[in-house]
Design a protein around this ligand. Structure first.
Ligand code: GTP
Ligand code: MG
Length: 191
């Protein structure tokens, strides 16, 4: 079980991750929480403590957009011992902010784990390729990555299930995973 004396933070990027964060915070409020989005409405609806707007519609815009928030992120996370970067890959915001953000938090010396989902097969090859490119870019960073395949949820679907039902199951699973994650291993890991 996790030592609750450590302050753990979660940074959610994009709409899917923001929904998951919402579920997590409704059950467990002891996390520091940051939501990052280019979607102002989604950001407004987020229950994260710190909300950061990023402007961009092309991958190249996001490193600069994240860099502009470096000081705010640093200040907010000053007492955070370990961090989860949460992103549902396949869209624009979550896919293109996680790598520059990982670099920022690693520069700050915060132990970090990435938790990402990969799109369903029915979402198409293009979204999967975007997700895969992001994963490839993350492997250059020394950071554990937990990969959750949305496609594996399909086997849980019952005839009357909607996509929202599947996401609800997934959100609960990810919330549990983060709650039970052994951050001690991260915090004790040699530099
Ligand atoms: N768990 C969960 N996953 C979601 C949800 N909505 C979308 N996804 C998954 O997350 C992937 C990315 O979607 P979003 O998170 O909405 O995309 P985004 O990062 O906001 O990107 P843009 O809206 O294009 O800027 C999708 O391809 C789905 O596989 C959700 O409510 N919950
Ligand atoms: Mg979005």
């Amino acid at each position: 079980m996790r030592n609750k004396s450590h302050q753990i933070g979660i940074i959610a990027m994009g709409g899917g991750a923001s929904s998951i964060l919402k579920d997590i915070l409704e059950k467990e409020s002891h996390f520091s929480s940051v939501s990052i989005n280019r979607d102002k409405l989604s950001l407004k609806q987020s229950n994260a403590e710190l909300k950061l707007f990023v402007e961009g519609d092309k991958p190249a815009h996001f490193p600069k957009a994240i860099e502009q928030h470096r000081l705010k992120i640093k200040e907010y996370l000053r007492n955070t011992d370990a961090l989860v970067l949460l992103s549902c890959l396949g869209g624009i915001t979550g896919s293109h902010t996680i790598q520059p953000l990982a670099k920022v938090v690693q520069d700050l010396g915060i132990k970090t784990v990435a938790v990402v989902t990969l799109p369903f097969a029915f979402e198409g090859k293009e979204r999967m390729a975007v997700a895969q490119n992001t994963l490839d870019s993350l492997t250059f960073l020394d950071m554990p990555i937990v990969i959750i395949h949305n496609q594996s949820l399909v086997s849980l679907a019952k005839p009357n299930f909607s996509l929202a039902d599947l996401f609800q199951i997934q959100n609960a699973d990810i919330a549990e995973l983060i709650n039970n994650y052994s951050f001690e291993d991260e915090l004790n890991r040699d530099e």
